[in-house]
Design a protein around this ligand. Sequence first.
Ligand SMILES: [Zn+2]
Length: 234
Amino acid sequence: MSAETLVKSHKIFKEKYGKKYSSLFQKLVEEGQKPKTLFIACSDSRVVPNLITYTKPGDLFIARNIGNFVPPFSPDSEASATPAVIEYALSVLNVDNIILCGHTECGACKSLHQEIPADDIEMTNIRKWLQFGENAKDQALAFVGTEDKKTLYSATEKFNVIEQLKNLLTYPAVKRKVAEGQIFVQGWYYHLDSGEVEYFDPVEHRFLPLEIVLEKADAQTMEKENRIDQVADA
Ligand SMILES: [Zn+2]
């Protein structure tokens, strides 16, 4: 898509959505943003957080980077965008949820299995950034080996979601709010081809279809209601 096409697209955006969303845009300016969710996703152009969550401006506070990596917290590390977004979301915006979203066919996860020449100055930051996926790569290699590359890459993508969730918990504000039950953290795995999402279930320690979250929530509500009925009948 050329820059000229983008200008034309913006014109269509104004015509099509300008009126439809004008009151929402005004409200968000007057009242400020109050997103409930921090969404961490890959920069991949095929992963579009607001599209796949069917959300509007103001709903998601988003961090995107190559590989949906979360650098582990370190008070001595150099300034980095993703850690700053996490701290702002937790300490200033007070979000209630964090969704860490990986995806199929992730170029970053594939790159973890390829060498980037140390003397390639034009790839300097990519080479450094990929260090945050090393644990996922090592686990995938140990788990599925190198014979079937497709399986290896998808295992890397899934281990990457689990590893980045662990890194999230190294942030003092995340750790504290999780311990106090103030925040909900979940890992997603988005399928580029079907639009389906799986989530990492920490109890079963595997990825399950996202719809199961709703079924489990419904089952819990029913169980709770039954308990209330039993108490009322007693
Ligand atoms: Zn990716």
